[in-house]
Design a protein around this ligand. Structure first.
Ligand code: RUQ
Ligand code: CUA
Length: 661
């Protein structure tokens, strides 16, 4: 707090100085300082030399993090169809890590060549087909009491309906699960307030299990699902056996959010193809984008996940492809599933921090629509509904809609601050709209300000902005297009993540960050000190996949090569600057199981391991024991070496794999 006051004082002073400097600029512009004259030293000279405005200086002061200092927040942003998850410091907007999730990554030694992490990826294979890409959209940090707890982060793969678990002790992917009944998801991932479940909503409807069914049988056979993946915090894994799905109509469900506080136990997903358009422009049907936009309203799906879990426990679910599924008639009968009309082609459904309201944005409607959870409960109690064609109660729109605010064109997603404001991305306007939440008074909901962003904003995120206690301070606009913002790098451009200062009365863009390694969709921003990451593994000989001591841990002096028939097992250590053993001799046709323990305990003393010609790449963090397996089917002379420049004699950290014919 003291630091904040102090900082604002400095900022005020500097602002005053530069305001003065700005005025002075109206007089003849000073010549830029030439390099021969020596580097400029005073702040003002630098500003003049670089043509910086007082606003620029302000932004620079707010975002600069000096060497040796850390960022206050970490942002976890999806990497889109790079299949990864990217960690960025705020306010500096420096990339700290690109966590490999659905795509193999050679630096982290993830998912390559017979390694244990390849087994994690293999668990996400689809019907036996190796899948090595993903489309990550929505990271969800684990929560306790509706607040981020910094333990885990989950993310979906939209393309293949998979969910991944990343452990934030070592920032590594631990598990990938595949929904056996879906081929695409989107409203994922979102967690319930104590991370009991990781929520996944489907996107494009298919028959459950995606087996063939003629598209003419769309209404009868095609379905969506809301899947609640049970999370076992102790084990740090999704517990597939205790997970379940709720069958929903083929309305193309979109984003979801879990209720909290007042609405805890419920969750909300919207949808955008209640028309049930099936395409087929080739046959004279309207194209998807028109067919799915004919009606004035689609449906907000409202479901009681607590009740659903009870219904599953009572044995009322049906097992489909090994997954418990609550069929639609059961969901209706048990009071688990309701719908409410929502304006045209909705996208985001975002629960307010107090859990009392759900904000829905219609892509083709200039308003955001605010639903009241209390009114929803009242409408359910009053049975104030009509049935849709699948027999699901559609609550009366006027009874559940609480307020509407006109914000502008293409509202998509909404996040919140600590002062009662909401921030909505406006895709078509390329703007962020700040508006006031009005609580019980529908008239008090009002647009406050709009800030242009560059350009085509998709998601928006705020510091802890979707928890029960948002922090304010920062919003990040995740812009789809950068166009003219950065130096040209060819036709595929980075995206533009813009940091916005929301601490004052007026919003201000204070940083443009080119995102050149993926397409971020959603991101979440957590206070950095909530994350208790390990500097080194807790014990030398640690298995990061099991997060436990490895049975293959090798101590110095215990290195060996054991042969058993044509199976060869290598127990190797790595330390600055050698691998022991340095020579591994095998015969063509052997099966090699190779364990390497990095016996270092020093912070940052990572070694790498790559084996020429064998598609093997490992990253061995201090204390880690890693294993890979190899069928040596070619004789020859191969080399392996450490890929991290770990010491002055790093180049000497190498060895031979000799394969005798
Ligand atoms: S989204 S297109 Cu979250 Cu707006 Cu996936
Ligand atoms: Cu170890 Cu280079």
């Amino acid at each position: 707090m003291k630091r904040l006051v102090y900082l604002s004082l400095i900022l005020l002073l500097l602002a005053a100085t530069f305001a003065a400097c700005g005025r002075r600029r109206a007089e003849p512009t000073p010549e830029p300082v030439s390099v021969e004259a020596g580097l400029p030293t005073s702040a003002m000279e630098i500003a003049n030399a670089r043509g910086l405005t007082p606003e620029d200086i302000n932004a620079a002061l707010k975002t600069y993090v000096p060497s040796g200092k850390w960022d206050d927040y970490l942002m976890f942003t999806s990497g889109g169809h790079s299949g990864q998850l990217i960690v960025i410091g705020i306010p500096s907007m420096r990339i700290l890590k690109n966590i490999a999730v659905f795509t193999p990554e050679s630096w982290q030694g993830y998912g390559i060549g017979g390694s244990e992490s390849e087994a994690i990826l293999n668990a996400g294979n689809v019907r036996g087909r190796t899948i090595r890409y993903g489309d990550t959209h929505h990271p969800a940090l684990s929560e306790t009491g509706g607040d981020y707890d910094g333990q885990f982060v989950f993310i979906n793969d939209k393309a293949n309906a998979r969910i991944a678990v990343v452990d934030l002790r070592d920032f590594e992917t631990k598990q990938i699960v595949k929904d056996p009944n879906l081929i695409s998801n989107h409203g994922s991932t979102f967690v319930t307030p104590n991370t009991e479940y990781v929520v996944q909503g489907s996107q494009y409807a298919t028959p459950l299990g995606w087996e063939y069914a003629p598209i003419e049988e769309y209404k009868e056979k095609y379905r969506g699902l809301i899947t609640l993946w049970k999370f076992d915090r102790e084990k740090g894994r999704i517990d597939v056996e205790n997970s379940f799905s709720i069958e929903v109509p083929p309305y193309w469900q979109d984003l979801c959010d879990a209720g909290k506080l007042e609405s805890e136990g419920w969750a909300f997903c919207n949808s955008f193809n209640s028309e049930m358009a099936t395409g087929g422009i080739e046959e004279g049907n309207p194209p998807f984008e028109a067919g799915a936009s004919q009606r004035d309203t689609d449906y907000l799906h409202i479901f009681n996940w607590r009740k659903a879990a009870e219904v599953v426990a009572a044995g009322k679910a049906e097992v489909i492809n090994g997954m418990q599924v609550i069929r639609m008639p059961t969901a209706v009968e048990e009071g688990i599933l309701y719908l409410a009309p929502e304006p045209k082609s909705p996208h985001g459904a975002d629960v307010t921090p107090d859990g009392k309201y759900i904000v829905v944005s219609g892509k083709l409607d200039p308003h955001v629509t605010v639903y009241s959870f209390a009114k929803i409960q009242q409408a359910i109690a009053d049975q104030n509904w009509e049935l849709d064609e699948f027999g699901i109660p559609v609550l009366d729109y006027d009874a559940v809609r609480h307020a509407q605010v006109e914000l502008g064109l293409g509202p998509l997603h909404t996040v919140y601050d600590d002062k009662g404001f909401a921030y909505t991305s406006l895709f078509l306007d390329s703007a962020v709209a700040k508006w006031k939440l009005g609580g019980e008074d529908p008239e008090a909901y009002q647009l406050v300000e709009k800030l242009p962003v560059q350009y085509n904003i998709g998601h928006i995120t705020a510091a802890e902005g979707d928890t029960v206690s948002p922090d304010g301070l920062y919003v990040v606009a995740l812009n789809k297009w950068a166009v003219d913002r950065f130096a040209p790098v060819g036709p595929l451009l980075p995206q533009n993540e813009q940091l916005i200062d929301i601490s004052g009365d007026a919003m201000k863009v204070i940083y443009d960050m080119p995102m050149g390694i993926g397409e971020p969709h959603y991101a979440q921003i957590i206070k950095a000190d909530k994350i208790q990451a390990w500097n080194t593994y807790p014990e030398v000989g640690w298995d990061p996949v099991a997060q436990a001591p490895s049975e293959f841990a090798t101590k110095p002096g215990e290195e060996r090569i054991e042969r058993n028939g044509n199976q060869v097992e290598v127990f190797m250590t790595a330390v600055r600057s050698h691998f022991t053993p340095e020579r591994v001799m095998v015969k063509k046709g052997d099966h090699v199981i190779w364990h390497i323990t990095n016996i270092e305990t020093a912070h940052d003393a990572t070694h790498g391991f790559q084996l020429g010609g064998h598609n093997v790449s490992l990253s061995l963090e201090p204390g880690e024991t890693a294993t890979f397996e190899l069928d040596v089917d070619q004789d020859g002379t191969f080399t392996f070496y450490c890929t991290e420049f770990c010491s002055a004699l790093h180049l000497e950290m190498a060895g031979y794999l000799l394969v005798e014919p």
